[in-house]
Design a protein around this ligand. Sequence first.
Ligand code: S3P
Length: 181
Amino acid sequence: MKNIVLIGFMGTGKTAVGRRLASRLGRKFIDTDAEIERVTGKTIPQIFAQDGELRFRSEERLVIQKLSRQEGMVIATGGGAVLNPENMADLKRNGITICLTAEPEIIYQRVRGKKHRPLLNKKGDLLGQIKELLDRRKPFYQAADYTVDTSYKTPEKVVDEIIAYLTAGNLKNGWEPDSNL
Ligand code: S3P
């Protein structure tokens, strides 16, 4: 059974949606950032501060390599995971990729004041930084099989839309309906 892989920018709801989607489908949920923290014994901000972003990306690469050899899971990735084409190729090989998006102003509301995202903890214009990073990453996010805008939706509504897509797209995307749907 293929994995369902959530990709998308920080603050688009990957973890919240992924957790609910997994529980609706009776699947195991795994969050790549949480897995990186588990294997390194450090928090994401500690890795960035002590070892640098490059080291974080190589830990992320290893975790994705390992997870994409498994099946039947819901996987939430960190917002930058898709920048490495090898990650995207691995995730797509036995996964259906769903991109969550949100308007920059909504992302701003969701992430501001939170301290656990080193890339958004720089001084200055946070909304401007979000817009710029979003622009740069857009082509990578567009490679997903399906996209859901989460701006004005509850996580439950987003899960409903993903399940509707998976069910309707059945034949095209290689999805085998979960027994409890
Ligand atoms: C990152 C997103 C974060 C985390 C790290 C880098 C990014 O994950 O992996 O801080 O490059 O966009 P979330 O998207 O879950 O916040």
